[in-house]
Design a protein around this ligand. Structure first.
Ligand code: UDP
Ligand code: MG
Length: 322
């Protein structure tokens, strides 16, 4: 087993990759680490794959996977994680914004300080203000929701124990919340290291402003799913039954009132003329619907199979080469 696997998602990053791989190689050799580099070409339409093939000729420690289309950074990381064999797995962006010189210290924090996950913190972030200001807000919200005291959740540079990356499922756009996912499956020792961050040297960013809206929705679903993943019925069923009982109680009161009035020969109002009647009706209907949602949720989780499959068009696998 290698000391380190470096997992790199790359979408149209042909210019950066040769420099990045050479730099990683130098750092690894200087520190005497055994290593592999796992590049996931996320359906690039530039020369990324040709570049990777060139690198493979001079870099024996390279594995590479090329997706049939652009599935997104989360899918790329997820697949990279499945191939990674190192006892410590380090992710970094392909665009040379993350600094390979951070690798030895990240490795040490995992192996010697016992962290499950160490996240980079781009304290001096080299990106435009339009990105850095909303990011502060996003980090504050995520800290508050998750209870994890990180400054920079979405830093591409992170280190993990191998077991962590094999246990988590990163799909959709969930790469922004890997620490939250890791915590939800029980890896609670999460650390942080200030890391150097460089301006993008080649190409341009692959994410626009929509990242903040999607990011927030993803956070809601993570919080919700991790809380109620096991028993949707505990959430929906509880509120459903409560709502139904309230509605039923009110309806019972209205009808009882009418029956008593008839019995005592007093004047009475029709049940349907009383506003409370509509409240009772709505509460009962909502109650049944919530209960049904919980029930369907239960059926889905007991029958659902695992993550979606991504189609791989090409591969370079080290173990097959040797
Ligand atoms: N990336 C990817 N698939 C995508 C978008 C991005 O694999 O659909 C990779 C990209 O090549 C880079 C990393 O994710 O290695 C971070 O992307 P980018 O630098 O554009 O994000 P930013 O630094 O602007 O947050
Ligand atoms: Mg970048």
């Amino acid at each position: 087993m290698y000391d380190i696997s470096v997992v790199i998602p790359a979408y149209n990053e042909a210019e950066s990759l040769p420099e990045l791989c050479a730099w990683i190689r130098r750092v690894m050799q200087e520190n005497h680490f055994s290593y592999e580099i796992v590049i996931v070409d996320d359906g690039s339409n530039d020369n990324t794959w040709q570049t990777i093939e060139h690198i493979a000729q001079i870099e024996p420690h390279l594995q590479a996977i090329s997706f049939n289309r652009n599935y997104g950074k989360s899918a790329a990381l997820h697949t990279g994680f499945q191939y990674a064999q190192g006892s410590v797995v380090i992710t970094m962006d392909a665009d040379l914004q993350d600094d390979p010189e951070e690798i030895p210290e990240l490795y040490r924090m995992i192996t010697h300080e016992g962290y499950d996950l160490v996240s980079g913190w781009k304290q001096k972030r080299q990106d435009p203000l339009s990105k850095t200001i909303p990011t502060k807000l996003y980090n504050a919200v995520t800290r508050w929701f998750s209870g994890i005291p990180l400054h920079d959740f979405n830093c591409g540079l992170k280190a993990y124990k191998q077991q962590v990356v094999k246990s988590i499922e990163v799909y959709g756009e969930m790469h922004r919340y890997i620490p939250v996912i890791a915590k939800s499956v029980g890896f609670k020792k999460i650390g942080e290291k200030k890391v150097k961050h460089h301006p993008r040297k080649y190409g341009h960013t692959k994410f626009g402003m929509e990242r903040f809206l999607f990011g927030f929705l993803d956070l809601l679903s993570i919080t919700f799913v991790t809380k109620f993943r096991k028993r949707p019925m505990h959430f929906f069923g509880g509120w459903g039954v409560l709502s139904f009982l309230i509605g039923f109680g009110i309806a019972f009161y209205l009808i009882a009132n009418k029956v008593i009035s008839i019995y005592q020969k007093e004047p009475y109002r029709n049940v349907t003329e009383q506003p409370l009647f509509y409240l009772a009706l709505i509460a009962m209907i909502i109650g049944v619907q919530l209960f049904t949602a919980g029930f369907i949720g239960e059926m889905i989780i007991t029958n659902s199979s695992k993550a979606q499959e991504y189609i791989v068009r090409k591969k370079i696998i080290t173990s097959e080469k040797s």
